[in-house]
Design a protein around this ligand. Sequence first.
Ligand code: C2O
Ligand code: CU
Ligand code: CU
Length: 573
Amino acid sequence: MKKSHFLLGLLFFSIGAIQAQSYNNLWIPDTLSGTNFNLTIKDTFAQLTPGNQTITAGINGKFWGPTLFFNKGDTVHMNVLNKLNESTTLHWHGFHLPAVMDGGPHQLIPPGTIWKPYWKVTNNAATYWYHPHLHEMTEEQITKGIGGLIIVRDEVESALALPRTYGIDDIPLVLTDRDFNTQKQFVTVPYGDSMVVNGTLRAQYSVPGQVVRLRILNAAIERSYNIGFSDNRNFSIICSDGGLLNAPVSVNRYLLHAGERVEILVDFTGQTGQSFDLKAYNASLGNFVAGGENFPNGPFANYLGKKDFTMLHLNVTAQTAAPITAIPATLTSNVLLNAAEANITRILTLSDSTGVTNPPILGPNAFIINHKLFDIDHNEYQVPLGNTEIWEIRSTSGFGHPFHIHDVEFNILSINGAPPPAAQAGWKDVVFIPRQQTVRFIAKFDDYADIEHPFMYHCHISLHEDEGMMGQFVVTQPASSSLEAIKAENDIILFPNPASDRLFVSFSDPNMQAYYVRVTNTLGKSLYMLPEPQLSDGIDISLFPAGIYVLSITDQKSKKTFTRTFTKVRHNP
Ligand code: C2O
Ligand code: CU
Ligand code: CU
């Protein structure tokens, strides 16, 4: 297979240098803003290579999805419609929200179902993303192209003189790579042969001759990208995963691992008319960093392994009307968590399953956390609400793993005993654990206790995650007053019934509160999944075909589920 790629490459090359040197214009994802977001996930196809249609999946489009703009403090409502022929989930990576809204492996969205999570945005201004998280299917569904960026704005960031005109001087870059078969279809493998930026192969883009912000996401299945520019210039890191750094950090390389984001400022002032390449300097990566290996053959062999390669060709054009031409000296003053305030230190281990015989780990050479594979029914930790915790990740694995935790942004305390580099001394939700080293981070678990719904932690290399390098924890409330028994079933009334547009729910017991509502048709197909729905405006059933439906409602306190049927009738004009 790899050989035929190579021959095909030679063929194209021999057709003419023009073809070999041509660039495609970088696609910039559309934007959605406000507080209500409609996202439709569907199978589709896209022209990614000249003259070929590649089967893909996208959100509201042909590959990848729109960039969502949130304002800190707003409550955002998501309407996620799964039009795939299979189940999926959609996870809001980096967000602090209730576990039931998180979109992890437990919030399965069956085909044809609308999932309506909502939450108050408390995250700092930064670049986040959303992606599928269905256990054992994450690699495949991300490979098809499902995902999108989220840009949060807040008052602190807005007060700074930073580039923020989307697509002009504030440019989203989603880094990934793909493997194509001879029919130019995606192959689900950890490493692709072709660099893909925003769904574009051999991408080029025009940037104005001034300070430009690049919001970079590593959305690869496995590969890390050692980011730098072809003229070896310095650039300034201003934002890590979960917020601004105190001050810009000037570097000429930055190694970005799967799941991580970084925002950088690049000064193109006075360079109008020149061109530069944004490159991955992966030739210098160690053998145990994803992308630093050089496999001659086998499932991990790929063209980009242990090579320096161009990710994006940049052409510097004229300045815009009100250009940013200076990099601010300071950005914010983060109040980081203090190790002395930690309630507990949890020790997690990362290891290779090779040779693990007690208990035996099935499957070829998986990577594991705490000596076991992921079990969706097992909560490894109960974190008391309000705890400040140190998580110490000790790796004996022969390979480096980007470790990610849901629910919180954390501060790195140490990497192999040393304080984190300045560019990582802020808010993070992914941290690279180098092979056979220990990383400690600290996080505070505020707000969302829920014994029923766990949060995940895992390696963000989708292959490893799918193979079971994942665990889960619940945030628990200190024991409260005893659960009150739920009154008789006829305390829940749906009205009007039959209904045409909106269906209302009333509880005669004022202590009852809807925790989860699901609407299914008589065939058992679920149409709506409504976590902690706000029922005061009723449930919109206007688009349902006429017929009989089952509404099941789970009570917040008792977690008991009750079902009721209702009839949908066509609106009478
Ligand atoms: Cu971006 Cu649990 O993932
Ligand atoms: Cu996440
Ligand atoms: Cu891993």
